[in-house]
Design a protein around this ligand. Structure first.
Ligand code: ZN
Ligand code: ZN
Length: 362
């Protein structure tokens, strides 16, 4: 059984905010609160939390598994009956809510079912309750992120080794996915291999293009290990890089390093973005850095805080996020260098260990 520290903290936040009921789907939010979430599918599954009580509406076929992980009262339902009776019983057990907070990341049909069964005066999302808790990772969560980052370092080595003239992006992506899987990843979330001009698209889908001498290759990969996500980007070059490419790579590396050095408790997210952006502007590449500097990483691959202009979130120890400046020259190449860092009491710890240097292969 998990000890549900997150659950108790959310319940006191609910009391303070005057929220009567929180409804959570089988998402990262449930995993945060229970240390576990059943397989998400179309069957209605809701953790219902009041400031005093907790129960769960669960598909009957998942009941035994869920009961082994969470010490709750359950209202289970069978496929042939549908969830509505179980849902009404669960709501009756908790008291009908006037103010309801729902998991914004759960399925819309779960919300519609809930709205059939309960008629609150006011509905909001659980973000205001949960984001402040999930933002600051516990020591156990940081250890989990560090293990995920170390796994991504190993998968990156497999990806770098697989890059050679003649292989397709998709083949390199598959080698990388296999490396993650053999290493125990529970899910491989993305294996982006963007070669040559494809590198200028930050979200390129690895395809049938064959790598060739003269290509710069953006490798951006991430997986889940015990629920926690990894995210790393490194650069490979086949054959000797041009002076222009080396200049861009050096500027992106400098932006990454300066932004990382600026991370400490008390700095704001937008200040970190400004450091990275200012570095690339000074090098003449400002207009070609077309996305935010980073995003939070935890049970979700992209979660708060957002390292960008307009996010004034003050950094505190335990916050974990990516630093990933990039320059994209359409028709030529792209360069991105990405690490996942965590704010410490005095500064920053880089969880990503893979060398930043450009890997030049013959
Ligand atoms: Zn990435
Ligand atoms: Zn990222």
């Amino acid at each position: 059984m998990q000890t549900n520290a997150g659950l108790a903290r959310m319940q006191s936040a609910m009391q303070e905010a005057g929220v009567d009921l929180a409804a959570i789907g089988p998402t990262a939010n449930m995993r945060y609160l229970l240390g576990f979430a059943p397989h998400p599918d179309e069957r209605l599954c809701l953790l219902l939390v009041s400031p005093q009580d907790t129960c769960m509406v669960v598909p009957g076929l998942n009941l035994e598994e869920v009961a082994a992980h969470a010490d709750l009262s359950f209202f289970s339902w069978a496929d042939a009956d549908g969830p509505q009776v179980a849902l009404r019983q669960a709501l009756a057990a908790l008291r009908m809510p006037r103010t309801l907070a729902v998991d914004g990341t759960m399925r819309a049909d779960f919300l519609l079912r809930l709205q059939e069964a309960a008629t609150p005066d006011h509905t909001t999302t659980v973000d205001a309750l949960l984001t402040p808790l999930r933002l600051r990772k516990s020591a156990a969560e940081i250890a989990a992120l560090a293990r995920a980052a170390a796994q991504a370092d190993r998968a990156m080595q497999a990806a770098v080794d697989a890059c050679r003239p003649g292989v397709t992006e998709a083949e390199v992506a598959w080698v990388t996915e296999a490396a993650f899987r053999q290493d125990g990843a529970e899910e491989v979330n993305f294996t982006l291999i963007a070669s040559g001009p494809n590198g200028a698209y930050p979200h390129h889908h690895s395809g049938e293009r064959r790598l060739q001498t003269g290509d710069a290759i953006v490798i951006d990969i991430g997986a889940s290990l015990a629920g926690y996500k990894s995210d790393i980007t490194r650069m490979v070059h086949l054959g000797q890089p041009s002076p222009e490419f080396l200049k861009v790579h050096a500027a992106v590396y400098q932006a990454n390093q300066r932004a990382m050095a600026a991370v400490r408790p008390g700095a704001t997210c937008e200040q970190i973005d400004r450091v990275a952006r200012g570095t690339l502007e000074a090098a003449g590449y400002g207009p070609f850095f077309t996305h935010r500097t980073g995003h939070g990483v935890g049970l979700e691959g992209h979660e708060p805080p957002w390292i960008m202009a307009g996010d004034a979130t003050v950094l505190r120890a335990g916050m974990a996020f990516s630093i990933e400046p990039g320059v994209y020259l359409v028709g030529q190449f792209g360069v991105r260098i990405e690490d996942v860092v965590v704010v410490t009491e005095s500064g920053v710890r880089n969880l990503t260990g893979f060398d930043h240097a450009l890997v030049v292969k013959a």
